[in-house]
Design a protein around this ligand. Structure first.
Ligand code: NAP
Length: 470
């Protein structure tokens, strides 16, 4: 998503010597890799697309993953950036040498770049749980992001470990097909009821005829997300955060009939502390006669299934590990060596960070999209990437115009940004008493801790004084 964006916008700005390196044999990132049943984006489709490439054809408010994948392929083709992509070219090493980046790929080829944009995504290294005996399971076991399409679930006993966004979508999608569904829940999740109506042919025709109607819809969604959510993540007791919590509580109360099951599903932390889950079908799914919610901890995996700490063996044919991702890798395992031999792994040994979520001292002319400290949560990462790229292009322009040769933030600016970010993170909703992938090893939220309006403002123009000009 962000690589295609970068190529389109850089080319529009007159850069014609561009290459997109892609480790896989197909573009699409998240939407290529995640093909599990029920996959969809929980950001409305008319907002989860490029601002410059609206799509009147979206089938649903939250369209399925395959449709999103097709959208990216189509945009890449229409904007003729697909020809810039070198597939199956995993970059293994980038070294800043004599004012330029020397790039090496896994197959031994090299390249030289004046700029590197790491459009490498966040959630792409599956996290496998450390559960004893996982390898001994005799059925099929796979991670949600490595879905095995060769395994039919029809009539099978399927176990799902995890209750994050992926698991909730999977459970709702497969419960009608499987013989028995067992959901292993370590921590319950708040669920925001969110309908997913299809767009009628008339509505699509209207969008085609009147693109301004899409613009209007985007503006409304953007307002709703910013004012109803992302501007208030830092105010735990704001009316908006309380309204979200109340909506989730009401959803649980109204949707789950059995009081025992209801209490098992009730989180003991604030809604939106973990990523808020949008679903109008999960509670129905878990109340089906063939579904079981297991809250007892997992002891180990055995040949025949999962044994919980109460000694019970849950016999299974298929085990789905919807256990999330390793989130602190970013562009790694790529080896990145900056100015004076500074190694990224060393710079980030206490955890990844980036000035304004974009760049790192001593790594000149290297920029990240959706990198460390970026805004994350229930909003469009496409909007985030577009704002970040507009910022990056202003820095790149300084080099193109000959003002600077190398652009990187000063250590002083980095320390100041990091100290302010850490302080602000303490009062965010993510720090209100839950564990999630939003937290670093010390338990502090890593995402942009201020309002989204502040993010927009910061991205509108770099604070040039915070950069070292060489
Ligand atoms: P996740 O939110 O990190 O959830 C992982 C789940 O696995 C959690 O419930 C976790 O329990 C559980 N888990 C991990 N290790 C375990 C273990 N050893 N034993 C038992 N349970 C274990 O991962 P995800 O669901 O893949 O979602 C990751 C992110 O991807 C989301 O937050 C979201 O940003 C994105 N996503 C978005 C959409 C969308 O619709 N836009 C859909 C899917 C994913 P604990 O809670 O106890 O840690």
């Amino acid at each position: 998503m962000s690589g295609i964006l970068s190529a389109i916008k850089l080319r529009e700005a007159g850069f014609d010597n561009l290459v997109i390196y892609e480790k896989a044999d197909r573009l699409g990132g998240t939407w290529r890799e995640n093909t599990y049943p029920g996959i969809a984006c929980d950001v409305p489709s008319h907002f989860y697309c490029y601002s410059f490439a609206p799509n009147p054809e979206w089938s649903h408010r939250f369209s399925p993953g395959a449709e999103i994948q097709t959208y990216f392929e189509d945009v890449a083709r229409r904007y003729e950036v697909d020809s810039l992509i070198r597939y199956r070219k995993e970059i293994t090493r980038c070294e800043f040498e004599n004012g330029r980046w020397k790039i090496e790929t896994a197959d031994g080829s090299t390249d030289i770049g004046d700029f590197v944009i790491a459009a490498t995504g966040v959630l792409h290294h599956p996290a496998y749980p450390e559960i004893e005996g996982l390898g001994s399971f005799e059925g099929a076991a796979f991670h949600s992001a490595r879905w095995n399409r060769e395994v039919s679930l029809k009539g099978k006993r399927v176990g799902v470990i995890g209750t994050g966004s992926s698991a909730i979508q999977i459970v709702a999608a497969i419960v009608g097909e499987v013989a028995q569904l067992t959901l292993f829940q370590r921590t319950p999740q708040w669920i925001m009821p969110m309908g997913n109506p299809a767009y009628s042919e008339d509505e699509k025709a209207e969008f085609r005829k009147h693109p301004e109607a899409i613009e209007q819809l985007r503006a409304e969604i953007s307002y709703m997300f910013t004012e109803g959510f992302s501007n208030h993540l830092a105010e735990v007791d704001s009316p908006q955060m309380q309204a979200i919590h109340a909506a989730c509580v009401a959803n649980l109360e109204n949707s789950v009939k059995d009081p025992v099951l209801r209490e098992k599903l009730r989180p003991n932390y604030r809604a939106a502390c973990k990523r808020l889950i949008m679903s109008e079908s999960f509670y129905d799914a878990i109340q089906r006669p063939n579904a079981e919610l297991v809250t007892e901890g997992i002891e180990r995996v055995e040949k025949a299934g999962v044994r919980t700490r109460d000694g019970k063996l849950h016999e299974l044919d298929v085990l789905v590990l919807a256990t999330g991702f390793r989130v602190d890798s970013f562009m790694r395992p790529m080896e990145v060596i900056g100015r004076n031999g500074t190694v990224l792994n060393d710079a980030w040994k206490g955890g990844p960070f980036a000035y304004m979520a974009i760049s790192i001292p001593d790594f000149p002319n290297l920029f990240m999209l959706n990198g460390p400290n970026s805004p994350v949560g229930n909003f469009s990462l496409i909007e985030v990437a577009e704002l970040q790229l507009a910022y990056v292009m202003q820095l790149v322009e300084q080099v193109r115009s000959g003002s600077w040769k190398e652009v990187s933030p000063s250590n002083e600016a980095m320390s100041r940004f990091d100290a302010e970010r850490r302080e602000a993170a303490k009062t965010t909703i993510w720090n209100s008493g839950c564990k999630s992938w939003y937290l670093d090893a010390d338990g502090l939220p890593t995402a942009w801790p201020w309002t989204f309006d502040r993010f927009r403002e910061e991205m509108s123009q770099p604070r040039f004084a915070d950069f070292e000009m060489r």
